[in-house]
Design a protein. Sequence first.
Length: 310
Amino acid sequence: MAGAFVKKLKRGLFMTHTEFLEKVGETFQRTGPVEPQHLDRLETALIAADAGVELSMSLVDGLRDEIRKGRLTTTEELRPAVRRRLLELLQAAENAEPIDLSNEKPRVTLLVGVNGTGKTTTAAKLAKRRMDNGATVLLAAADTFRAAAVEQLQVWARRVGVPLIHQHQGADPAAVVYDALASAKSKGFDEVLVDTAGRLHTHSNLMKELEKVRKVASREVAGAPHEVLLVLDATTGSNGIEQAQRFGATVGVSGVVLTKLDGTAKGGVILAIADTLGLPVRWVGVGEDADDLLPFDDEDLVDALLEVEA
């Protein structure tokens, strides 16, 4: 199964991987001393992949420092050195926000973010992934603001075979969550996944609504919400980082789901997320099918990007 995940991840990263190696692949294949132009190409490749200008410069400056100290001398050592630094960055974000492993049931996860990032489809795909791992899962349609949001989630819920709690459009989202948690507790469900309405941090009324959802969840289940996942669209690249940073600070985000990774050459935004937001990427979306939501693995990501053989 792990091998299948890696293959899907590599396919999802194909555009990013191809453009990255187009700029820096020849450097990795050379033999001899590391020269300034090799590091310049690496910096350009990282920036083009949307890792962010400051982060790209910082990573390459670190390599220059290794060269000055005699720790990095040849091009054969360059790819392992880049791999090590990228993993350090991703693992630091992972350690900053450990997953809540409490045994409270039902475990409650909120999916939040701006409009159009794929929260609704992600909620259903995540439900399927949880069920595939043996959990009993309930979906809550707390996006009562967007027209047809409930209907969209109903279609996906039927597709993946998971029960859904919903009300009419315009209903109080907190009431939907209350009903979902009451149902989950009475029937012994392991998890409740809550699809919330898309909103900006500047939408004060919607942010208050989300805070109400959080309060209801915490009142009904100890420690809830146990995870708040910010759903970001990879095709927007680093343009959404500042917005996501403010959004995350407002609602206590614990991790990121990066969707549409297969449709962009900007997969380096994962590095920018770890660096700028200090948040781990928990899941990545690499296609339209129900099975195309993959658990994120930092080593698989870096090895796919750098074309390191497992």
